[in-house]
Ligand binder design. Structure first.
Ligand code: 5MM
Length: 338
């Protein structure tokens, strides 16, 4: 492992209040988002959409890195330039999702385990040769009747740790993403309890697998009530619950925490990230930032809908969301920016 190389990548990803753009939807997820908007679910449409994203003017002013998918990292723009060259030319660091999605955890009542450890060392070496500098693996935790179980939490935490150490061996910064889903009627307190338990278990496994904490990033959910929870929650309550949960469970050696958006509206994700910076920045041992997919992409996708004539407007919407989130990282986001 070239430790200095990993530290340099992390430093660049976290510099200048920028954040990450997740555009690593698997074929199935991207097709699902396209189908919802009547966009053809073809490789050509996916390529055109990803080209639109990475060629957005001034994207590099707010975005330090993008997370790509296996299909995307190998693609080219219509004029034949590789996506990786487009990104590198504007100083955006390319990363790659390396998990193979979730499947049922046997005998666990619908709980999920993330697949992809078999053959991972070889796949990581290939991604390094292609030009990726960081990687991402997502574990999914569901809150429900009697779940999550300890068995599910520990199995996913161990997989995350085994992935992370293989990344460091290969020279990639691992982004460790344990996501507690928003689906359900749970309270913010229940989300906090489950998120803390998951994170404590993840860091125990990262320690056991000898992951160097200084050379990784964490991508957690914000602590939120479930989508079907009737009790309203303010931005400040989310900020306080999220930061308190993280302070209790994430070692100070971790350099950065980049939140996923998880299905929040774009505006809510920006406002909650902003509240964390405004209220807590001076108390935090790590840099906090964003690694959003839907909360950055969704407005642009809704404008584009596979129409070339809408590409510019879609790019403006994408750049706007990126700018709002960078403002949130400075504690300068207000609804007036919308
Ligand atoms: C939770 O998903 C990640 C963050 O996205 P949001 O900000 O929309 O929550 C995201 O990177 C995710 O891993 C990708 O969208 C890919 O998901 P799939 O399900 O296709 O592996």
């Amino acid at each position: 492992m070239n430790m200095q190389q990993l530290l340099n990548t992390i430093k660049s990803l976290l510099a200048h209040d920028k954040g990450l753009l997740a555009m690593d939807e698997s074929v199935a997820t991207c097709n699902k988002r396209f189908a919802n908007l009547g966009i053809p679910q073809t490789i050509d449409a996916r390529r055109a959409y990803r080209e639109l994203i990475i060629t957005t003017p001034n994207l590099n002013e707010s975005i330090s890195g993008v997370i790509l998918y296996d299909e995307t990292i190998r693609q080219h723009t219509a004029d034949g330039t590789s996506f990786l060259k487009v990104l590198n030319d504007v100083g955006i660091i390319p990363g790659i999702k390396v998990d193979k999605g979730t499947e049922e955890l046997a005998h666990h009542n619908g709980e999920k385990i993330t697949a992809g450890l078999d053959g991972l060392r070889d796949r990581l070496n290939e991604y390094v040769a292609l030009g990726a500098r960081f990687a991402k693996w997502r574990a999914v935790i569901i809150i429900g009747e009697g779940i999550p179980t300890q068995g599910c939490i520990e199995a996913n935490a161990q997989a995350l740790a085994r992935y992370a150490v293989l990344c460091q061996e290969a020279g990639l910064v691992p982004i460790v993403e344990p996501e507690v889903l928003m689906e359900g009627a749970h309270t913010i307190e229940q989300c906090s309890e489950v998120t803390e338990k998951m994170l404590r278990t993840v860091f125990k496994q990262l320690y056991l697998q000898r992951v160097v904490l200084e050379a990784m990033l964490l991508k957690p959910n914000m602590v939120l009530p479930g989508l079907a929870c009737a009790k309203p929650t303010s931005e400040d309550e989310v900020a306080e619950a999220t930061i308190n949960c993280l302070l209790r469970s994430v070692p100070a050696a971790v350099p950065g925490i980049a939140f996923l958006s998880g299905g929040q509206s774009s505006e809510a994700a920006s406002a909650r990230l902003n509240a964390m910076h405004v209220k807590f920045k001076s108390r935090l041992p790590w840099t906090i930032t964003f690694s959003f997919a839907r909360a950055i992409q969704q407005p642009a996708l809704e404008i584009w809908r596979n129409q070339t004539s809408k590409a510019l407007a879609a790019q403006q919407a994408l750049a706007h969301r990126a700018t709002c989130n960078r403002a949130a990282n400075r504690g300068e986001y207000t609804p007036a920016l919308e």
